[in-house]
Design a protein around this ligand. Structure first.
Ligand code: SF4
Length: 278
């Protein structure tokens, strides 16, 4: 019909097809469904190519490994009181083992510190079947696929965001503290928290190691139903660059994790107690 034809100069804009996470993340009914959907995502062409190429070519030391080569979902209990947000899986770590921070140097430092403060059952994580369990802690990333040079693009970060938003929403009933590792994660966490319902400050607080702030519960300070604040902590990333140079020492990491555990109600008389820090 003539009346429905676009006028000159008013061409209808091509409708943007929502990316896979945007379409499917909001409907994930629980964290295990979310983890499953994350692990099947192929929304970022560059990252799909890279993660699969790394899985094919492998590092010589892991020539016998069947690499995971897919997105790495979050790891830890669905009723976690504390969430650790990193950057993205490592090419020969999470992208090889299929579990966050498992099988790389960054993870060695992080799991050791979690064990030392009583939040992990083992000091070392080597593979998915190693028996590692986190106590009331979950770990995740704003980008779930290993990126070249550990550098996701802003577009890849934004495409992946709905997974993090849904994870935060599903954790809302229990999560009381979030530890963000590094500036990339810090920047990525704010819009995800806002989209998941938390009131967030403007301007966004700058990233710094040791930063701690408390966000009012979703619904604001007046929210009833026992709603509690969310404590947000900044911590240098456990990257090799930071740990090898002493920018982030084991003691600094343990300190942030222990403060976050206290804020999450996991310290003191809880079942979580410190192991001897070696
Ligand atoms: S980075 Fe995230 S959005 Fe992109 S392909 Fe991986 S899981 Fe999907």
């Amino acid at each position: 019909m003539a009346g429905h034809e676009p006028k000159a100069g008013h061409e209808p804009m091509a409708r943007r097809e929502p990316a896979e996470p945007e379409r499917t993340a909001p409907a994930a009914p629980d964290l295990s469904a979310l983890d499953r959907r994350v692990s099947e995502c192929r929304a970022c062409p560059r990252l799909v190519l890279w993660r699969e190429e790394v899985a094919r070519t492998r590092r010589a030391a892991y020539a016998d490994w069947e690499y995971w080569g897919r997105p790495v979902p979050g790891f830890g209990p669905a009723d976690a009181a504390m969430l650790i947000i990193g950057l993205a899986p490592a090419a020969h770590g999470g992208n090889r083992t299929g579990r966050m921070f498992t099988g790389d140097r960054s993870g060695d430092v992080l799991f050791r510190a979690l064990y030392d403060v009583g939040l992990a059952t083992r000091p070392v994580a080597t593979h998915g079947g190693d028996g590692m369990r986190l106590r009331a802690v979950r770990m995740t990333a704003p980008v779930h696929c290993a990126p070249p040079d550990n550098r996701p693009t802003p577009a890849e970060r934004d495409t992946c965001r709905p997974w993090l938003v849904r994870e935060l929403r599903l954790l809302r009933p229990t999560v009381r503290a979030v530890v963000v590792l590094g500036g990339f994660g810090w920047q990525a966490t704010w819009p995800a928290l806002a989209a998941a319902g938390w009131p967030t400050p403007r301007p966004r607080p700058a990233f710094a190691h040791g930063t701690h702030l408390a966000l009012p519960p979703p619904g604001g300070p007046a929210a009833g139903g026992g709603a509690r604040e969310l404590h947000l902590f900044g911590c240098y990333h456990v990257s090799q660059r930071n740990t090898a140079t002493g920018r982030l020492t084991p003691a600094m990491l343990r300190d942030v994790l222990a403060r976050a555990a206290d804020a999450a109600g996991l310290g003191g008389g809880s079942s979580v107690g410190p192991h001897a820090a070696g």
